[in-house]
Design a protein around this ligand. Structure first.
Ligand code: PAF
Length: 273
């Protein structure tokens, strides 16, 4: 596995390759969820590139940027063992400049749900993903469905900016008790981890209600909120897959999304109906 830190060196290295390239952008602290993305990229492409970059612009003031988990050596091993060809490991100076051109998230979809309480978050995500995609120029790029709003906005960016990469969405990987894998789970104490299980139980409840043909969005959201108590809720929302408001669940075209705070950790999860 080759490790490259300089964007222009990576561009030069990949330029002559005639192979298909699968790209997995990450912020490191890799877990089974990331490994699932890498595996899919490995299956579908001749070359696999993974980036590890904790992107400062997607964190707001007071968020966990400075303490975001760093596991560089373990991450390198995971990448090497998962068959990654190139690990791109830039520092912030290689990616950002003092007088910076940047992207703005769309005014509606970018400022609801997670974007409501983290207004600059998706500007930062879209800007860095655009930069990374331009550096790697992959055939396909792989993102987890757990960050459903991020996935939706990146797909929108690719479409609206007429980019030629294919965005591939990969199912959320869960612990055996249902907790969605996240690099931030390591912040949870044992008690908080148990409390966090309310998130997947409430999504499970939503699925059960929908199977019983209870499709009223207001009713399902009410029952989810009751199951989540006493956690601090940022949002419980049921939208169609274009992230538009709906009154009744549209089976095969809806997403149930939750974000809560457990201790001081924001956790999000969703289920695609
Ligand atoms: O999902 C993530 O890990 C990050 O938001 C991403 C897509 C790597 C951009 O920094």
């Amino acid at each position: 596995m080759k490790i490259i830190r300089d964007p222009l060196e990576l561009k030069r290295y990949l330029k002559d390759k005639k192979n298909s390239i699968g790209f997995v952008p990450t912020m490191g602290a890799l877990h089974e969820g990331h490994i699932a993305l890498i595996k899919k990229a490995r299956e579908e492409n001749e070359k696999v590139v993974v980036s590890i970059f904790v992107n400062p612009t997607q964190f707001s003031k007071g968020e966990d940027f400075s303490k975001y988990p760093k596991k560089d050596e373990a991450d390198k091993k995971i990448c090497a063992m998962s068959g990654v060809d190139v690990l791109f490991f830039p520092d912030a100076k290689a990616i950002y400049h003092d007088d910076e051109v940047s992207l703005l998230a769309p005014k509606v979809r970018g400022f609801v749900l997670e974007g409501l309480t983290r207004p600059s978050h998706f500007n930062g995500v879209l800007t860095v993903v655009m930069k990374l995609l331009n550096i790697v120029n992959p055939t396909k790029a792989y993102f987890g469905k757990k960050d459903a709003q991020q996935l939706n906005l990146i797909s929108l960016m690719v479409k609206q900016m007429f980019m030629s990469v294919e965005i591939v969405a990969i199912d959320t990987v869960r612990e055996s008790d249902g907790l969605a894998l996240s690099s931030r789970n390591i912040y949870l104490s044992r008690t908080q981890r148990l409390e966090a299980l309310k998130i997947s139980s409430s999504l499970h409840l939503a699925t059960k209600l929908i199977r019983k043909n209870i499709l009223d969005v207001g009713e399902i959201k009410k029952q989810i909120r009751e199951t989540l108590e006493p956690l601090e809720i940022f949002y419980v929302e049921i939208l169609n897959r274009d992230f538009e408001m709906i009154k009744k669940v549209e089976v095969q075209n809806s997403v149930v999304l939750i974000e809560v705070k457990v201790g001081s950790t924001r956790l999000l999860d969703n289920i695609w109906i």
